[in-house]
Design a protein around this ligand. Structure first.
Ligand code: NIG
Ligand code: ZN
Length: 390
């Protein structure tokens, strides 16, 4: 076992409430890493010895970002659709089919290389854990292929065969395929199942059928809900005990109340909201109702072509009125909760003894700089499972 002592930390955001506030921030702190795990956290003056010592020069350290919602296995470009939308047209779920065509035409090698590149860029910006969804295949062979390739970069693969009904298919027939043969083919590679429960995608009965089939196959549940209008996504996610319901732009008072008293995490996607010009979710009301919030990038070629969690945090603070502490917590501990990885073996999302050693060192004295200096590349160093990767 090798140990490393990190000193010269002006502000350490531990996410451990024992240290006070939501982020459990410690000044003049130190951390000891043993192999891939955090072994010790405290004031620098009390730090134990270790095999190696790295001085971070008075920088702030926080947990690596946990990006709990991405669609990063895809090919092609939809900048024309984006430009059209920025000229005043609404986002249409049907644009997904454009990416399905390009992805189906790409080889395994092309998809593997582009996913690895996107993962590497995210890592160099501080993302140390990432979920990846299928959903640009929409037939048995393609969805299984996307899940297999995604499983090469993350254990959090989500089966999103129910992304949109493919052209010339009947919705009932397609849901039967998703819940039958397609689920069987994807199951060995996936941990989660997801459905786009929205007008123009899947209605409540079809969404329920998809989620119940996934649950029967042993998958955890996630839902894309209430993105483009009020609907049944949140209600269904809470009723079925989904780990998260994502988007949440259009919520009724009843949806907010339901999320406030459930363990289903409300995952908010601020970069997507900007790129689709949807109204922001009622983040403050959700927090005040007691809901757990996660922030994620929703990296995908249609609605959110970014993996920058720092951008999401800045937007959540500046536009959605989250506090700095709420936003940073939501993009780290919140993401870990949305993926149910905040406890058990090698938990993530906090800098506490026993947690995986995923650390993000920024060229700033405090995490407040993510919103105070929006758009700046603050990342100075990244440790993933105890190894320095930037
Ligand atoms: N809303 C559904 N799926 C993606 C968009 C996918 C696309 O347009 O390609 C999302 O989360 O925004
Ligand atoms: Zn999505």
């Amino acid at each position: 076992m090798t140990s490393e002592l990190l000193i010269g930390i002006s502000e350490l955001s531990t996410n451990d409430p024992e240290h006070g506030g939501l982020l459990g921030r410690l000044a003049d702190a130190a951390v000891v890493i043993d192999d891939d795990a955090i072994a010790w956290v405290g004031r620098a003056v009390d730090a134990p010895a270790a095999d190696r010592r790295s001085d971070l020069g008075g920088r702030a350290v926080l947990p690596g970002w946990v990006d709990s919602h991405t669609h990063l296995i895809f090919a092609g470009d939809r900048s024309e659709e984006f430009e059209y939308r920025m000229a005043g047209h609404a986002y249409q779920a049907g644009g997904i089919r454009t990416t399905v065509r390009a992805t189906t035409d790409a080889s395994d090698e092309q998809l593997r290389a582009s996913l690895a590149e996107r993962r590497a860029v995210a890592r160099s910006n501080g993302t140390t854990w990432m979920e990846v969804k299928t959903g640009y295949g929409l037939d048995v062979t393609q969805e299984a292929r996307l899940a297999r390739l995604a499983a090469e970069v993350t254990p959090d693969v989500t089966f999103l065969g129910a992304h949109v009904v493919p052209p010339d298919s009947d919705a009932d027939d397609y849901v039967a395929l998703v819940t039958g043969e397609m689920l069987d083919a994807v199951r060995p590679y996936a941990r989660w199942i997801d459905v786009f429960c929205e007008r123009g995608a899947f209605g409540p009965e079809h969404s329920r059928a998809v989620l119940e089939a996934g649950r029967a196959a042993g998958l955890g549940l996630r839902v894309h809900g209430n993105q483009l209008g009020e609907g049944d996504g949140v209600r269904l996610a809470v009723e079925l005990g989904a780990a998260s319901v994502d988007h949440c732009n259009h919520l009724t008072a009843r949806d907010i109340e339901a999320l406030g008293s459930s363990s289903t995490v409300a995952t908010l996607l601020p970069a997507c909201d900007l790129s689709t010009r949807e109204p922001f979710p009622p983040a403050r009301e959700l927090i005040e109702a007691g809901a757990t919030i996660a922030l994620a990038s929703n990296g995908n070629p249609g609605t959110s072509n970014t993996t920058s969690m720092a951008f999401c945090v800045a937007t959540a603070v500046l536009q959605m009125r989250l506090t700095i502490e709420e936003a940073v917590w939501a993009a780290t501990a919140g993401g870990a909760r949305a993926l149910r990885r905040n406890e058990g073996v090698s938990p993530i999302g906090a800098i506490m003894p026993g947690y995986r050693a995923d650390l993000h060192v920024i060229d700033a004295p405090s995490v407040s700089h993510f919103a105070y200096r929006p758009g700046m590349d603050l990342t100075f160093g990244v440790w993933e499972a105890g190894a320095r990767v930037r």
